[in-house]
Design a protein. Structure first.
Length: 300
């Protein structure tokens, strides 16, 4: 923990990261925390749960909450669960980072913006700045977006650039209330290793199946054992159809082997120790549209 019980001027607060799917929220979260704790993929709708990331400095503790991208397309039980995670998060934070793509603002962005309570201090974060070839177009773009809501700050950045991320941290800090740290100075997340193992494996499934596999696939950890520095992880990849199972297995099991190997290596890096990973695949039709089943699988 922080040595001083109540350090003078120390700030500590919660900051929500919200936006439509695929604007780079998870990449930004990992950059703000300085460690990969939230999964990233080119595939939209990969973040399923509220992920808390923690970064502690001498004068402040930032508690970032990465939310699922607000779902606007399909009304399944899974999507309703994801949207509840977004709205409930916004009611209990000290500041909101509303993330969009620099130079792009559409109806789905507006739907997320409409969810943010007017009383919530909101900073507009225009991510993927490196993809904007003509920076002169950004001034009129920001003028247009500013007319939609009073933003406390407008921060254009690329989550891949360290200096941009540091600037965002400096910009957010004054919005954190003064108070003692909630977490230890070395804590990175409030999520368990078991949860993080499932997220890592799910990321690899999406990365190696691309757009072939519906995003309704998920990962369940059947058993997570720790023996000294060794972790033994037994996981099931849950899919809705036999065809999806075949996609993950690949020719002679090659794709599943690649997925499992990359997941194991990422787990070893995060957990700082050896990992034994055994992966199974199970077909369960309709799991993503079953409210009771979703709760059993850890969804809110």
């Amino acid at each position: 923990m922080i040595d001083t019980p109540n350090p003078s001027g120390f700030r500590c607060g919660m900051v929500a990261i919200v936006g439509r799917p695929n604007v780079g929220k998870s990449t930004l979260m990992n950059a703000l925390v300085g460690q990969k704790i939230s999964i990233t993929s080119r595939k939209a709708q990969t973040t399923r749960h509220r992920i808390t990331g923690i970064n502690t400095f001498e004068d402040a503790q930032f508690i970032f909450v990465d939310t699922p991208g607000f779902q606007t397309q399909h009304s399944t039980a899974l999507n309703r669960s994801l949207n509840r995670a977004v709205t409930s998060t916004l009611s209990s934070v000290d500041a909101v980072l509303f993330v969009i793509e620099a130079g792009r603002f559409g109806p789905d962005d507006q739907k997320v913006l409409d969810l943010i309570p007017p009383s919530a201090p909101t900073l507009l974060v225009a991510n993927k700045l490196d993809r904007v070839s003509d920076k002169k177009t950004l001034y009129p773009f920001f003028q247009k977006i500013s007319a939609l809501r009073e933003f406390k700050e407008i921060v254009p950045l690329s989550a891949k650039h360290v200096d941009d991320v540091k600037h965002l941290l400096d910009t957010v800090k004054p919005y954190l209330p003064e108070g003692t740290p909630i977490y230890g100075e070395d804590d990175l997340t409030d999520r368990s290793e078991r949860f993080l193992a499932a997220e890592i494996l799910r990321e690899k499934v999406f990365r190696w199946t691309g757009d072939e596999l519906p995003y309704t696939s998920t990962v369940l950890i059947d058993k997570f054992e720790t023996e000294g520095r060794l972790r033994r992880v037994f996981a099931t990849i849950l899919v809705e159809r036999d065809a999806h199972k075949a996609m993950i297995i690949g020719h002679k099991g090659a794709k599943l082997k690649q997925i499992s190997t990359e997941a194991r290596l990422d787990m070893e890096k995060l957990f700082d120790g050896p990992v034994y990973l055994e992966t199974f695949i199970k077909v369960k039709s309709g799991w993503a549209d079953n409210e009771a089943g979703l709760r059993a699988y850890g969804y809110e």
